[in-house]
Structure formats: structure tokens, C-alpha cells
Design a protein around this ligand. Structure first.
Ligand SMILES: [Fe+2]
Length: 155
């Protein structure tokens, strides 16, 4: 008798129930890694520098956001956010500056959609935790600043 399907079912259920904040943490790490890889493999100095600053800002803000969320979910376990997982290695397939820019814009768009998600909104409202709103605004502002600075590069 093969019990594997039952084990898989139980494990995936546990994962869904207990690891949604952990999954979200991994997603944010994917965003950071994607930006760092684009920073390392860009041949355009200004693009390289802007990604460096964006990485630093996101690193601090993601740390703040996740620690706030962990703080809340220790008391109330109602975090249920939908977000895409990114294949970080895909970033390395982008070779030209145009491809790297397209990849970066995809990363930023995915991040913006994820943190502006309705479930995130209801999670914040349900817990009356407005501090997270400020952190989210700062993340959106960093993303907008990054896009603005990149638009000034003379390609
Ligand atoms: Fe660097």
C-alpha cells in the first residue's frame, strides 16, 4: 500500500495553514535577490547604482514589514495573502539592458500588486494595525522613485 499521496496532502495542508507568512517572506527575499542579481550583472553604471540604492531601501523596509506582520500573527493568525512566486534564476537570462529593465519593471509591478492586494488591506483593517500602512507606503514610494530615476537614464 502506498501512503505517499496522503502524506503529501497532510503536509501541503499544514504548509498552507502555517507558512503563509513564511511564504510571503520568501517572496520578498526573491524580490531582493532579483534586484541584487540585476545590480551585479548590469553593464550600465547608472542602472547599476539605482538598483543598489533600491536594494538597500527595500532590504530595510521588507525587514520592517515582515517583523510587523510576524508580531501581529503571533497574536492573531489571520494572514492570508495571495502573491506570485518568482523564479529568481530567470533574471539571469536577461542579458541586454532592455531585457534587464523589462525584468526589473516586472519585479516592481509584482511587488506593488502584492502589497496593494485586497487581502493585505483586510488583514491590516481586521487587526487595526496602521503601522503596516506606513511601511507599505514607503515600499511603494521606493518603487516609484526607482522607476523615476531609471526613466532619467539616457539609454
Ligand atoms: Fe554592489
Amino acid at each position: 500500500m502506498n501512503l505517499t499521496p496522503i502524506n503529501v496532502y497532510i503536509n501541503s495542508n499544514l504548509e498552507q495553514k502555517n507558512n503563509s507568512v513564511k511564504d510571503f517572506s520568501l517572496y520578498l527575499c526573491d524580490v531582493l535577490s532579483s534586484i541584487k542579481l540585476l545590480h551585479w550583472y548590469s553593464d550600465e553604471y547608472n542602472f547599476h547604482k539605482i538598483l543598489d540604492e533600491t536594494y538597500e531601501s527595500f532590504d530595510d523596509l521588507f525587514d520592517k514589514l515582515i517583523e510587523e506582520i510576524i508580531g501581529i500573527t503571533k497574536k492573531v493568525n489571520n494572514f492570508n495573502l495571495e502573491f506570485p512566486r518568482r523564479d529568481v534564476k530567470k533574471v539571469l537570462d536577461s542579458c541586454s539592458l532592455e531585457e534587464q529593465l523589462k525584468e526589473l519593471l516586472g519585479v516592481l509591478e509584482s511587488l506593488e500588486n502584492t502589497i496593494k492586494n485586497n487581502n493585505m488591506d483586510s488583514f491590516i483593517k481586521q487587526n487595526s494595525f496602521n503601522g503596516i500602512n506606513n511601511t507599505i507606503e514607503e515600499i511603494l514610494s521606493t518603487s516609484n522613485k526607482c522607476k523615476y530615476l531609471i526613466s532619467m537614464i539616457k539609454w
